[in-house]
Design a protein around this ligand. Structure first.
Ligand SMILES: [Zn+2]
Length: 97
C-alpha cells in the first residue's frame, strides 16, 4: 500500500488538544512534572477519550483554528485533559532519577 504523506489525513484533535494543553497546563505551570514522558502520556490519554475528527492535511491551519474557537469543543476537551492530567500525575510512567 502506498501512503503518501502529501495527501495524508490529519486528526485535527491532535493539534487542538496540544494547544489547549500548552495554554492551560504548560504555560500556567499547573503541572507537577514537565517531562516529555508525562506530557505525551497526558496527550495520548486525552486523545483516546476525545472523538477523532479527520480532515486532509491540506485543509490545514485555518480549519484547525476555526474548530479551536468553538467553546463547546474546548470545554469537552478541557474536561478530558483535566482527567488525564490527574491520572498521569497520580500514576506517572516516567523514570525516576
Ligand atoms: Zn514526568
Amino acid at each position: 500500500m502506498i501512503f503518501s504523506r502529501d495527501t495524508s489525513i490529519l486528526n485535527v484533535m491532535e493539534p487542538i488538544v496540544g494547544h489547549l494543553f500548552e495554554d492551560h497546563y504548560v504555560k500556567t505551570g499547573l503541572l507537577k512534572c514537565h517531562c516529555e514522558k508525562c506530557r505525551i502520556d497526558i496527550l495520548s490519554l486525552t486523545l483516546n477519550h476525545v472523538p477523532p475528527h479527520y480532515t486532509s492535511s491540506q485543509a490545514g491551519e485555518a480549519y484547525v483554528k476555526a474548530l479551536y474557537q468553538e467553546p463547546q469543543l474546548q470545554s469537552d476537551i478541557l474536561r478530558e485533559l483535566t482527567k488525564a492530567v490527574q491520572v498521569i500525575q497520580e500514576h506517572p510512567n516516567h523514570e525516576l532519577e
